[in-house]
Design a binder for this molecule. Structure first.
Ligand code: B12
Length: 431
């Protein structure tokens, strides 16, 4: 998300009648609260619209609206923004509409305050209930960092998982079954046909460039942390978060570090982008007032970024690491994650800490190898980018860290050499 100063400056300059914020990853949620507070401080009165994948009605009511006396409204779908703004600015209906929103938010806050939360275990008890798994790690064929340069998009395109593509168009359903849906099948066929046509140009005319870098390192587990070494040198420490919710009998309080053998193991890291060159093409579409093509290209770039991530993970398993050299999975089996090992990405529920991307980028020199960068709230540029880690343990699974207690917050802050205040800001959704 663009910093508060820029947004509010632009709003003033253009005499905006309403301001809209969109947040994809959780650090932008904190930025939204900050913008609301800034709007209050600077004496704004215009309505503030909130949207994006990680936002919600409850979050808007509890965390954002209290910072601003003007109306703050969560909008689930950008296509409804016009209707919402029209009502907010309507001479006759605005007052009623605004007080309905305020009353709804007050009710949500009261509901939230009255909720009894599941008790959290002390960190020491959660650690004592870690996953206990032993295995014989396989030494990678190629240790260290491997930059793959420009990827062949014709190959990458074969790895696309099309189901999420339809989400962009607000069409819910799994590919290819979605085409048979009585209500939305026809529309799904249409956007899919347009996507295939554009994808052919993306590949043959090289509208986009995709790049990737990966690295495989010797790894040692120290409690909830994983130390990565290259030629004996400590090159990064990945500091994990552990589940503290009371788990059912026989279920462990998991942390990703649990899947790294304490006697010595190996861990991988990767950064992939498929969005290089997109700005030029988007500018062309903008000039032609062709929103449809612009959205289509962004959706294709996102699909290609995920496909390149899938393709790279397969190469790592079969070649660079080689622990699954004889793996032969179909596209559907890859989508269903039928392979050994996982690739947790910072921001996903098993490792909700986005800040680790800073060390990950440094470790892989992702900026140099892939022209990728991080914004101050740890979003990656280009937007169509993915980064994360590889764990090879056969029993490694994704899970949600969920809520953590003050003891883990403090412990994590100390391990990260960060103030508790700062840690609180980055882990806000976990608290
Ligand atoms: C597609 C997708 C991607 C794509 C594209 C991202 C991009 N460039 O936008 C790719 C594959 C590149 C990707 C990467 C990542 N992703 Co991602 N991704 C998604 C996914 C599956 C869908 C998001 C989406 O585009 N939906 C379709 C659009 C149209 O919906 P939308 O954004 O919600 O917008 C709608 C409404 O919210 C509303 N709206 C949105 N904004 C606004 C604004 C206003 C003013 C209004 C009125 C309305 C409005 O209108 C839209 C249309 O209905 C979500 C999960 C999910 N199901 O939501 C995860 C998700 C957003 N990703 C997530 C994560 C963690 C990441 C990565 C950080 C992972 C990583 N380490 O690499 C990266 C970050 C990328 C970056 N650039 O920094 C997490 C974020 C959670 C968190 N804790 O932060 C999610 C929620 C997945 C999850 N369940 O954990 N991702």
């Amino acid at each position: 998300m663009v910093p508060a100063e820029k947004i509010l400056h632009a709003a003033k300059e253009h005499g905006a009648q309403a301001i809209g914020l969109s947040g994809l990853i959780t650090p932008s949620l904190e930025e939204m609260s900050h913008i609301a507070a800034e709007m209050q401080r600077q004496g704004f009165s215009e309505p503030l619209l909130i949207g994006g994948a990680t936002t919600s009605r409850a979050h808007t009511a509890i965390k954002i609206a209290p910072h601003y006396q003007g109306t703050v409204v969560h909008v689930v779908d950008a296509s409804r923004a016009v209707g919402v703004v029209a009502k907010l600015l309507s001479a006759g209906a605005a007052a009623d509409y605004r007080s309905t929103i305020a009353a709804d938010q007050q009710a949500l806050r009261e509901e939230h305050a009255a909720k009894t939360r599941a008790p959290l275990l002390p960190l020491a008890a959660a650690r004592a209930n870690a996953v206990k798994v032993s295995y014989a790690p396989v030494k990678p064929n190629k240790l260290g960092v491997t930059a793959l340069g420009d990827l062949d998009l014709a190959v990458i395109a074969k790895y696309i998982d099309w189901s999420p593509f339809f989400q962009t168009w607000d069409l819910a359903g799994k590919y290819p079954r979605i085409f048979d849906d009585a209500r939305i099948g026809e529309q799904a066929r249409q956007v899919f046909a347009d996507a295939q046509a554009m994808l052919a140009s993306v590949v043959t005319e090289k509208w986009l460039t995709a790049r990737a870098v990966c690295g495989l390192f010797a790894a040692e587990r120290h409690g909830d942390d994983i130390e990565l070494r290259d030629g004996g040198q400590l090159v990064m420490t990945w500091r994990g978060l552990r589940q503290q919710v009371t788990r059912a009998e026989g279920k462990a309080n998991q942390c990703l570090a649990d899947f790294v053998a304490p006697e010595g193991d190996f861990v991988g890291a990767f950064a992939v982008t498929a969005g290089l060159g997109i700005e030029e093409k988007l500018a062309e579409f903008e000039l032609a007032h062709d929103d449809y093509s612009a959205i289509m290209l962004k959706a294709l770039a996102d699909r290609l970024a995920e496909a390149a991530t899938e393709w790279l993970h397969e190469r790592v398993r079969k070649e660079y690491w080689g622990y699954a050299a004889s793996e032969a999975l179909s596209r559907d089996e890859l989508i269903a994650e039928a392979y050994q090992g996982i690739r947790p990405a910072p921001g996903y529920p098993a490792c909700p800490d986005h800040t680790v991307k800073r060390d990950l980028f440094r470790l892989l020199d992702a900026t140099n190898h892939c022209a990728m960068a991080l914004t101050e709230s740890y979003a990656m540029t280009p937007a169509a980018s993915v980064s994360g880690f590889y764990l090879a343990h056969p029993e490694a699974r994704y899970f949600a860290v969920g809520k953590i207690a003050a003891d883990q917050l403090e412990d994590w802050a100390i391990r990260n050499n960060m103030s508790v205040d700062e840690a609180q800001r980055w882990l806000a959704p976990q608290l």
